[in-house]
Each structure stands twice: as C-alpha cells, then as structure tokens.
Design a protein around this ligand. Sequence first.
Ligand code: BTN
Length: 238
Amino acid sequence: FDVEYHDSIGSTNERARELASEGREDVAVVADEQTAGRGRLDRGWTGPAGGIYSSLLLRPDVPPAHAPVYTLAAAVAVTRAAREVGIDASIKWPNDVLVGQSGERGGKKLCGILTEMEGEADRVAWLIVGIGINANVHAEVLPEGATSLQEERGEPVDRRVFTQRLLETFDELRADPDSILDAWREHAATLGQRVRVDTPGGEVVGEAVDVEFPGALIVETDDGERERVTAGDCEHLR
Ligand code: BTN
C-alpha cells in the first residue's frame, strides 16, 4: 500500500472514495484524528486525536459477493497487531475487535470496521475497508463499552509500527484469500458462544459454531437447525 497520512481529516473513508474516483488503488489513508467519522448502520464513529483511523482502498479481481472476506481479513490483521503488543484481543463476528471476556457485558470494543464497495456485474470496482482503532486515547473520551490500546496496556503504542504491522498482515492475507477464514477462526471470540443475531430477516439465537466463505456465521439454533447468517448485529450471550 501507498500510505497517505493526515494529522486530522473528516473521514478517511470519504478520502478513499475520492481516491477511488481518481482511479487509484492500493492506497491506505491514515489519520490521527477524525472529525466526521462514520460507523456501521448510519452511526457515527468518535475520532479523538491519538487514534489510528485508516481506510484501505483496493480493487481485488473477485465477484462483489466475495467482498466480505476482506473485512474479516482486516479484523484478523488488527487482532494480530494488538496481540503483538500484549493485548488479549479477539474478534466478534463479523468484524469488531474486542478486548477481554467476550460474554454479555464482557468484551470491550477496541476497533470497528466499515467496508464500502462499488460493484460491477461480475467484479468489484473498488473496495474500501475502513478501520477505526482506539489507540492512544483515554477511555473517558470513548463511548461506553469501548476501550483503547493505551488503556489496556497502561502505556501508549507506537502508532506507526502498529499501522505497519496491520498493513503487512492484511497484505499477506489478501495474497492468499483461502487462508483468511482459518486465521479468522483462530482469532474469533464468537465461535463457541451463545449468540443473538439481529438479522434483516429476524432474530437468530443459538450457538455460533463456524464461519463460512465469504463470512457467514453458522448458528446452531435450539431446535437443532443450522442457520447461515450473512448480515446482522451480533450479541454474545454468555
Ligand atoms: C463500526 O461501526 O463499528 C465501524 C466503525 C468504522 C470506523 C472507521 S474509522 C476509519 C474509517 N473512516 C470512517 O469514517 N469510518 C471508518
């Protein structure tokens, strides 16, 4: 990736969209502070100085339906980088990175990911993977239930090194997409958990037993059915 760095910016995803419209690819837009960060489900994303806010612009030669796997790869890359600095991080399906016990009220959110895509008929035109990491930020300025790298370690991280590691891991994973699901399973907090997933088609409750390409969660419900959930908000119940 070419890295385009900003001290402060509205939203790195917005900047990456501009770069996409200029025909660029393999660019990582990285900022310390975001003033108009966007989250999933039309929520905002708090972006105080000291964070690592980044958007990866890529143009993988895959069908649009395969795009979710790149979001999983980003969650793996963040989790690995966090573990390397001594933090017990893991992934909540599909792509939140948590610290600590993952049960109800347990894990605290360290990172959120917002992926945006433009598809053509049979291939992705561009894909923007927006990664928001609470890095050297005090918990008081974060929303309830969130934590930061600094908070968990008791000292700040080197954001340059962290970002570098993140990009390296993401690069390795995208070069070998078949490895992404196994890496995700290895870092998952959700597998083996009892979950409630709010999906567009209703609520699914049961045990999360696996993830399938390109990122579907397999839930074994109480009546023994295997449900394949492709989108929704997931809550860990215990
Ligand atoms: C979520 O709701 O959990 C996803 C949050 C994603 C935030 C990141 S920060 C970098 C990138 N730019 C944005 O405006 N949003 C994403």
